[in-house]
Design a protein around this ligand. Structure first.
Ligand code: ADP
Length: 561
């Protein structure tokens, strides 16, 4: 049965109970009231008339006003006949009264009147008694019926009241238990209700929903598991070492390469606090240090290996959920780089001697003492000299670079007067400056301390800076070469009034092979990189200040001796 029908029947029944009980009660009360009214109205009024007549009779015949009182009451009595025999008695009374009127004081008529009145009184008293008994019986009957009906209806209503809450409460409790189970991700939960009402429909809908959720959960889980194993396979097959940490720095995973590098097993350390493990693991300690990018030298595969450490922060909607450290094995690049450096070193070294001898031969040819040559030949010799010098410069730079790259800069520290370095560098560039009609101004205070430096390398640096200044200056301009004493250092600087350097390239000009795009003058892009290596190797610092379009000032300082 539908819940709606049950509710209609239950409430309808209660309505009928109230209705039936109300109608019965009203009917019973009305019947009792009618009886009582009837008794009062007719019989009681008769008794009153009789009393009035008796009283009037007692005053007769002396009191003449009593005749009228008697007559009036008798007339009323004649219109209020209710009981059997009352009519005859009243008629007798009328006759006796008529006779008494005719013969006042007649004892026979007087007696008849008295008897008639007594008889009528008796009749009405009897009637009152009888009707009160009837009323009593009626009230008792009504009472019995009402009690019976009330008991039956009360039992039915009680049964309803006792059973109805469980009709609704039971299924609601089952449903709420089911919903709680679903909220707790127990998608296996089902509700079994026998009723075929709305609750039954609701339970079926709930079960369908739980089934769908269960299916979804399983398909999702399977998908996640599949994705996880795919990613694990990828991570494990990678040649880079990968280690994952959660936001509290507990180790989440590490691939096979990381296991062998760190000499740890993922199953032993997964879920453990990384800094605790790092206490006994030097490499892990290094990895946990707060550097985002770093090159590490690690002994792996029975040789010195190089790894590029990169830290990647994992985020989920702006919230940091951990980090991954990737160690990329860059040993092959290092080996290639080393091979390249060796190759450049060998080639430059091998080229240096023949180029020097070409230059020497060219110089001899140019010397008149060796023999006269015509102007065209002179021109050719001049070109040979120029190109040889440039080749010698390049091989020199390349050789210096190989020293830098191999980390083998050999320094011979000694106290050197700044003046010596400045003079050497200016002299080396004199010819070139004259050719471009550039004036080199030298600013050197008389009392300047010596520097503790490698004379040859520092001179090379200053020579290079002046050469650049000349190369990147306009004709007929000026270059200022200066050395000054500052704190415990000597600062050397070369200022030109050439085209200057665009601010976006200023940081990069000290990088190897970097040349400002659009630079037409010939060059390798190595000069400034080597300068920086030489100066920093000696404990100094090199920098540039430049206003684009107005010139540049290259400076470096070295510790005073
Ligand atoms: P190279 O001069 O052989 O190209 P460098 O390392 O000496 O290599 O210089 C790198 C670049 O810096 C040059 O290509 C040039 O663009 C720029 N540069 C160096 N010195 C100056 C200077 N004095 N004025 C303007 N640009 C310069």
């Amino acid at each position: 049965m539908r819940l709606k029908t049950k509710l209609i029947i239950g409430l309808g029944f209660l309505f009928i109970v109230i209705l039936v009980f109300g109608i019965l009660s009203i009917a019973s009360i009305n019947r009792l009231k009618d009886n009582a009214t009837y008794v009062l109205k007719n019989n009681y009024v008769t008794l009153e008339y009789n009393n009035n007549m008796l009283e009037a009779l007692n005053r007769l015949p002396a009191d003449t006003s009593a005749w009228k009182v008697f007559e009036d009451n008798l007339r009323r009595q004649e219109t209020n006949i209710t009981e059997r025999g009352e009519a005859d008695a009243t008629r007798t009374l009328r006759e006796a009264f008529t006779n008494y009127k005719r013969k006042p004081g007649d004892s026979i008529s007087h007696n008849t009147i008295l008897k008639s009145l007594q008889f009528i009184n008796h009749l009405n008293q009897q009637a009152i008694l009888q009707k009160s008994e009837i009323a009593n019986t009626a009230s008792e009957t009504a009472n019995t019926w009402l009690t019976l009906i009330f008991t039956i209806l009360a039992i039915i209503a009680l049964t309803l009241v006792v059973n109805f809450p469980s009709v609704i409460g039971g299924p609601i409790q089952s449903l709420s238990e089911g919903i709680s189970a679903i909220a707790g991700k127990d998608y296996k939960k089902r509700i079994h209700l026998k009723q075929k009402d709305e609750f039954g429909d609701l339970a079926n809908a709930f079960n369908t929903m739980a089934e769908k959720l269960d299916e979804y959960e399983h398909s999702n889980l399977a998908k996640i598991k599949f994705e996880k194993s795919r990613i694990e396979t990828i991570i494990n097959k990678m040649t880079d070492a990968i280690i994952g940490f959660d936001e509290k720095r507990n180790i989440l995973f590490m691939n096979a390469v990381a296991e062998s590098l760190l000499n740890l097993k993922e199953k032993d350390v997964a879920g453990r606090y990384a800094p605790d493990i790092a206490l006994k693991n030097d490499l892990l300690r290094k990895l946990l240090q707060d550097t985002d990018k770093e090159e590490l030298k690690i002994y792996a595969d029975n040789k010195e290996s190089y790894f590029d450490k990169e830290k990647i922060v994992m985020k989920n909607e702006d919230q940091v959920i951990g980090e991954v450290i990737v160690l990329q094995n860059i040993t092959p690049f290092h080996e290639l780089d080393e091979a390249k450096t060796n190759f450049i070193a060998t080639v430059s070294h091998e080229l240096k001697t023949p180029i020097s001898s070409i230059l020497m031969s060219a110089k001899l040819l140019d010397d008149e003492r060796v023999g006269a040559i015509n102007n065209e030949q002179k021109e050719l010799v001049h070109h040979i000299k120029e190109d040889s010098e440039r080749l010698l410069k390049i091989t020199g730079e390349l050789l210096n670079l190989t020293q830098v790259e191999a980390g083998k800069i050999q320094l011979a520290f000694q106290p050197v007067k700044p003046e010596e370095i400045v003079r050497y560098a200016i002299d080396a560039n004199k010819a070139q400056a004259e050719q471009q009609k550039i004036f080199i101004e030298k600013k050197l205070p008389v009392s300047i301390p010596a520097v503790n430096a490698d004379k040859e390398k520092t001179s090379w640096v200053l020579t290079n800076l002046i050469a650049n200044a000349i190369r990147y200056s306009f004709e007929e301009s000026k270059i200022i070469v200066e050395a000054e004493h500052k704190d415990k250092t000597v600062v050397f600087s070369v200022k030109d009034f050439g085209k200057g350097i665009d601010s976006k390239y200023r940081d990069r000009i000290f990088d190897r092979y970097f040349r400002v795009p659009g630079t037409k003058e010939e060059g390798t892009g190595l000069g400034l990189a080597i300068c920086r290596e030489f100066i920093e190797a000696q404990g100094g610092k090199i920098w540039v200040e430049s206003d684009y379009g107005e010139g540049s000032k290259f400076s470096f300082w070295l510790p005073a001796a």
